[in-house]
Design a protein around this ligand. Structure first.
Ligand SMILES: [Zn+2]
Length: 419
């Protein structure tokens, strides 16, 4: 393996002129990178020096200066071991490069004792080389990185599929509610008419009334559109991949540290999510956030370590809440915003229009449709009465596929630059 070659080079007579562990780049390397030949060779050489167990490529890369799929995959594999983002790109003086330089140091450290213990140092011999610098990540960091990986695994396998099923239930309800609303003002329907009951469920979350027919029609229409968009966004991201259709890019990023600006928040969607990226015409792909521990791309949803500190219903509520921000509204020009969390007094005084713009109202609705009133309240950390006057849902509705076919290409998916 490449490491053996490197160890040979480290012999006393031939010190290498350029250790791979001290790479300085002129431009970026990897997916969508500048990929100058010198830079690519330096990265390929460095990656080859990292032990497979520490995120190295395992099978040595050709050091040919071409950033092809093998090199990009090796960068991705390295990032999976060392940093909390996955863009298959190494940029000058940024986190992945720092981590790579440290990883090479650590891989060398694993090799160095073999030479260092060869015998006692003779008097007058040159001083032994300094021990390599401490790893870039502390033990606590590595634990946090592992925890972030576990969190993402749980999101993929447990909470997101559950959120999707809840969203499907909500679509069914929203569709019936909208059908009822579009008939308003209408002659009396039966008290227990199912479309009407569905409308009453939507109405309590968004403060709609049959008597204000125009607002009820517009509101129910809006809710149905939003929940459908949530389902479309999720459909290619949960469950089994659909043959012939590329899986949609990962939208959840699991952070191993909490950025200072969002301290205390279990999750966040930067600048209102994907629709903002659309509006910015792809000119801005990431943005600085003070204290950031990853680039904050607009097409991702971030979960912080705070996410782990509550019960499953709360975590499920957070996912749906962030999804609401994420889907936003491209056509209408507004996002689903934070106009009061359900466990804050401001939520109770939200007007109907504010509720229709409030991510937490959608989270409460979707969870009530999927899991019943008690668990929706538990997730929102409120009493059931806070959800509003209206029908109480005791049991989850049987999820029914919405009208669009499973496998519909996601119109809101963007090339994410990796993953
Ligand atoms: Zn929010």
């Amino acid at each position: 393996m490449q490491l053996r070659v490197l160890r040979g080079r480290l012999g006393p007579s031939r010190m290498p002129c350029r250790l791979p562990g001290a790479v300085i780049l002129d431009g970026s390397v990897g997916y969508n990178g500048t990929n100058r030949t010198d830079d690519v060779v330096a990265i390929q050489s460095s990656l080859n020096s990292v032990l497979a167990a520490m995120g190295g490529p395992g099978e040595a890369l050709a050091e040919d200066g071409i950033a092809g799929p093998k090199t990009q995959n090796a960068i991705l594999r390295f990032q999976e071991h060392w940093v909390p983002w996955r863009d298959s790109k190494i940029e000058p003086d940024k986190g992945t490069l720092h981590a790579l330089n440290r990883a090479v140091g650590s891989s060398l450290a694993a090799a160095v004792p073999v030479m260092a213990t060869a015998g006692p140092t003779p008097v007058g011999a040159p001083k032994p080389p300094k021990p390599p610098a401490a790893p870039y990540f502390t033990f606590e960091d590595k634990q946090a990185i592992m925890q972030a990986g576990i969190r993402l695994g749980m999101v993929r396998t447990v909470w997101l599929p559950a959120a999707y099923r809840a969203a499907l239930s909500a679509v069914r309800i929203a569709t019936r509610a909208n059908a009822h609303a579009q008939r308003l003002p209408a002659p009396k329907v039966a008290r227990e008419d199912e479309d009407r009951l569905a409308f009453l469920l939507i109405a309590k979350h968004f403060k709609l009334h049959e008597k204000d027919a125009a607002a009820a029609r517009a509101g129910a229409q809006r809710v149905e559109t939003m929940i459908r968009r949530m389902c479309i966004t999720l459909v290619n991201r949960v469950g089994k991949p659909i043959p012939g259709i590329a899986p949609a890019p990962e939208i959840f990023v699991s952070l191993w540290r909490t950025p200072a600006k969002v301290a205390g928040h279990p999750g966040y969607t930067y600048l209102g999510g994907a629709w903002q990226r659309h509006k910015m015409n792809d000119k801005i792909q990431g943005a600085d956030l003070s204290g950031k521990v990853s680039p904050d791309y607009l097409d991702r949803i971030y979960l912080t370590p705070v996410f782990d500190q509550s019960h499953d219903d709360f975590r499920s509520h957070i996912l749906v809440h962030e999804l609401a921000h994420f889907i936003g509204d491209m056509a209408g020009g507004w996002t689903l915003d934070d106009l009061g969390y359900a466990n804050e007094p401001a939520y109770l005084t939200n007007s109907s229009k504010q509720r229709l713009h409030n991510a937490d109202a959608y989270a409460c609705l979707v969870r009530e449709a999927g899991f019943g009133t008690t668990r929706a309240a538990l997730g929102a950390q409120v009493k059931a009465s806070v959800l509003g006057k209206g029908p109480v849902v005791h049991l989850p509705e049987q999820p029914v596929l919405p009208a669009f076919a499973s496998g519909t290409p996601d119109p809101y998916a963007y090339p994410s630059g990796g993953v």
